[in-house]
Design a protein around this ligand. Structure first.
Ligand code: GLP
Length: 249
């Protein structure tokens, strides 16, 4: 696991966007795994700036998102489907049929999960997966205790996650209780993973990720077993790591 230390959120976003753009330019038909939340907003902004300036083409790019809240329509501004259009898809030339997000409106959620797994496989798997991390170590919406063997499934959101995400809603009661999330084994099948970590709020979980045992109680810890993970973290996120003088490889 490689750790790239950057000064701040802006620099983290630029490094992430550069990695994604290089990948798109190097390979035909790239499959990008995309994340939501506050962390990747700056990365998407950089991709849009680059698109406007250099016309990097997304015509042959496919995307699969990590997760979606159950019960939200894709037209709901708090849905991840809406977020992706707002922050990225509307501003680049990606064919909308190439973009995939689990449906939060699915009547048969079990079937939706199975089909999402099949879809990822049929695309040939994810080439580059962008990830954020929850303060409790979740990746996607895989909360502490989730099996490392999990596939795309319906997950119950923890109180801490609902509280953390309530800033995007009109209060905690509006935050859905469940989501569909790629499983941990699904995420681990990605050929390359880019984990973005920014801010003091994430300093403790980043320190835990780098120092604690690999265990299901800390979902992100399994990333240490993946052969191609790069963490891009800013000074604030690395504040505890640096304070404790942990030597990074
Ligand atoms: C959300 C998302 C995750 C994201 C995490 C961190 O719950 N499901 O994919 O990485 O929380 O969010 P943020 O980037 O806003 O801190």
């Amino acid at each position: 696991m490689k750790v790239v230390e950057v000064e701040n959120y802006d620099e983290m976003s630029k490094v992430a966007a550069k990695t994604i753009i290089e990948k798109i330019k190097q390979e035909q038909n790239v499959v990008l795994g995309l994340a939501t939340g506050g962390t990747p907003v700056g990365t998407y902004k950089q991709l849009v700036i680059d698109y406007k300036e250099h016309m990097t083409s997304y015509k042959n790019v496919h995307t699969v998102n990590l997760d979606e809240y159950i019960g939200l329509k894709e037209t709901d501004p708090t849905s991840y489907a809406y977020y992706m259009k707002e922050h990225l898809f509307n501003d680049i030339n990606i064919p909308i049929v190439n973009t995939h997000i689990p449906s939060g409106e699915a009547v048969d959620t079990g079937k939706e999960c199975e089909e999402y797994e099949t879809l990822i496989d049929s695309l040939g798997g994810v080439d580059l997966q962008l990830l954020g991390i929850g303060e409790n170590g979740h990746i996607g919406f895989n909360e502490p205790g989730t099996s490392f063997h999990s596939k795309t499934s319906v997950v119950k959101l923890s109180d801490t996650t609902r509280k953390a995400n309530s800033i995007y809603f009109n209060g905690l009661e509006e935050v859905p209780t469940h989501a569909i999330s790629m499983g941990i084994s699904t995420i681990l099948k990605s050929k390359q993973i880019l984990l973005l970590v920014s801010g003091k709020r994430k300093a403790e979980v980043l320190y835990r990720l780098l120092t604690e045992d690999i265990k299901e109680e800390l979902p992100a810890s399994i990333l240490r077993k993946h052969p191609n993970v790069t963490i891009v973290a800013d000074f604030e996120a690395l504040s505890i790591v640096n304070e404790k003088q942990l030597v990074l490889s």
